[in-house]
Write a new protein. Sequence first.
Length: 308
Amino acid sequence: MKATSLEQFYQRLAAAVGTEPHTLLPPDGERATGHFNLFDIADQFRDYPQLPMPYDRRAYYKISLIRGRSRAEYANKVIELEQNALLFATPKVPYHWLPQDPAQAGRFCVFTSEFLLPANSGVVLDELPLFQASGYPVFQVSEAEWEELDAIFQKMARELASPYPYKYDLLRAYVLELIHAGQKLQPLPTRQPAPTAAARIASLFTELLERQFPLTTPHQQLQLRSAKDFADRLAVHVNHLNKALKQHTGRTTTELIAARYAEEAKRLLLQPTWTITQISDSLGFAEVADFSHFFKRHTALSPAAFRQ
């Protein structure tokens, strides 16, 4: 089952509310590490109960605080939600959300795994019990719990609209607060299943990749750049590494490396003390032109345009 991309999500949402997809994007979102956005259910989905929502996986994470009778359908389980609910969606698990009455309210946020990179958040999402493929992370919440959770979403909404230059750091903290709230609602498993070989390799690869970041001075230079560099360090064949990562993450080794490099480049470009040449050198590019080409391919902006 192919996952619904962020682009498809925005296209469907825009069609539902009768607008263009670009009008739904977050303000100055191109300056964020990864992608984050927030929506009000009552505003965005007035006609949503009559619109079909496909049963599928998403290529992003989603946290929803829902008020109103609805139903969450998974492959082998249906969860009836009578009033207030907190729902977590992970790229691992396909599901279908069906409102059961038109009086739906609440908010939801969407974000990519890059938005909560371990270097930025201190957590690895897929290692949390809340985001295990075997779980059903939907929780009924009391009125008091609803008020506490809604207060977090309200802070998100205010921050997203603010001009504060470090607002995405605050938004990460709020997302983590919601995740920990869900973790408290979910009983911890008594015994974790043994990880598969692919999962172990993916975990080791992620650790090696993240260990290189963040870059703190222009004197640092990344040592592991290619898929072969990582495969050699892990003592596996590059094809085996690629197969394991594709199986576990849905992305190739090269795609994962490039995405992480692009996110670090964006972070450094927001640091006025770093020149574009220094960033290019630290990321291991032979020429600034090579770095500019790489950055534009991944962000549609030149480094200088992104910095402005």
